[in-house]
Design a protein around this ligand. Structure first.
Ligand SMILES: [Zn+2]
Length: 379
């Protein structure tokens, strides 16, 4: 016996019920029956029609190139993997492909790991594709489940196992919970009847399977990616250096710390003997959105945050300091994402990233090496 979804063969994880067996290993994605080998996809029919989309800015030449290549890959039945550096504008590069697939009458899904990002993406796509009826599903919310264009979290994909999509687009495939989660990855593949596009800011060679790799190493404004500067310093002295850096920068800053319990401690350390306006952000703190807005509006000088803010946020003219950079939780991917918060806006395309660390870890080395390599690359 084998689960058709997650390929689990462990009998201890296959339970009998009413004369049939079901799989416990992937039960969080809805019960799947073992005899249920019916992978026949329900056919959806959508008419071919002309579809337009609107953007209130023009794509950069790098974005246009990738956008065209994605359509070409889809026409030739090739999967694509897009490595697009932080701040290069990767969402918009799939719009032309979405338009192409919808016009053909194909069914399209855009999925992303987190619920907050689904809401944001839904709004952005709705503004661009005004004539298209769009469906959206995330934990606790469902709308237009039969729509030709669906936007959902990866966890909700089980709803589409029987119908599937001709084109699947997945963003942040390098992030929790998709990265390293075999059940979710299998679920993704089960929903894909045609081609997929995976988008990420941090790929390693092992991530590349049989996809065509497309690289967008330039930010849309054309400036280099900020490369972190490492400051070697014992752990017990890092709070002095932190304050000194904040004084020197005289700008808005995000201080990343490894653990939730570090947040309030570092907030207090910054407040002592300084006049900085500072607040903390983590999954355990309330009013995170308000805190973020205060930093954006200039009512705050500093936010101390866990990796919660490492992705998906853009703050004008912000600098980044990574505290306790030697911590094992700060892997290469995380450090690249954190550094990627700096210089995203064309008004302030550059800035500073400092890593305070008691040792030169391999993650820090790899992060700096990768960013330098991307800046030098000509594609
Ligand atoms: Zn299973």
């Amino acid at each position: 016996m084998e689960c058709p979804r997650c390929h689990n063969r462990n009998v201890k994880r296959l339970y009998p019920l009413n004369g049939k067996y079901y799989c416990r290993q992937c039960i969080m994605f809805h019960r799947v029956w073992i005899e249920d080998t019916n992978t026949q996809h329900k056919q959806h029919h959508y008419p071919q029609k002309k579809i337009d989309y609107f953007l209130d800015f023009e794509l950069s030449s790098a974005q246009k190139t990738i956008s065209r290549q994605l359509v070409e890959n889809y026409q030739h039945h090739r999967h694509s993997l897009v490595l697009a550096v932080c701040g290069s504008g990767k969402t918009e590069i799939v719009f032309e492909l979405i338009q192409y697939a919808l016009q053909k009458g194909d069914r399209v899904c855009f999925c992303i790991p987190r619920k907050e990002l689904v809401k944001e993406l839904y709004q952005r796509i709705q503004e661009a594709f005004l004539q298209v009826d769009i469906g959206v599903v995330y934990g606790g919310y469902m709308k237009n489940i039969e729509a030709q264009l669906m936007i959902c979290t990866m966890h909700q994909l089980y709803r589409f196992e029987q119908s599937g999509f001709d084109l699947m687009i997945a963003d942040e495939v390098d992030a929790f919970p998709f990265y390293g989660n075999e059940v979710l990855q299998e679920l993704f593949m089960r929903c894909c009847n045609g081609q997929y596009v995976k988008l990420s800011a941090t790929f390693v060679r092992e991530d590349i399977k049989d996809e065509e790799l497309l690289i967008m190493n330039r930010r849309y404004h054309g400036y280099d990616l900020p490369v972190p500067q490492m400051i070697l310093c014992p752990r017990c002295l890092q709070h002095f250096v932190l304050k000194w850096l904040l004084f020197r920068l005289k700008k808005k800053a995000i201080v990343f710390v490894p653990l939730i319990e570090d947040v309030d401690r570092v907030v207090k350390q910054i407040q002592s003997h300084t006049s900085f306006k500072v607040k903390g952000v983590s999954s355990q703190h309330s009013h995170n959105q308000e805190t973020l807005k205060e930093l954006k509006d200039g009512q705050l000088d500093v936010i101390v945050s866990t990796s919660l803010l490492e992705r998906g946020i853009t703050i004008e003219d912000v600098q980044v300091i990574i505290y306790h950079g030697e911590h094992a939780l700060f892997d290469r991917r995380t450090l690249i994402q954190m550094a990627g918060r700096v210089g995203r806006k064309i008004s302030h395309p550059q800035g500073h990233v400092y890593i305070l660390s008691s040792e030169h870890t391999s993650s820090i080395r790899q992060c700096i090496h990768t960013l330098k390599k991307l800046n030098k690359m000509n594609v």
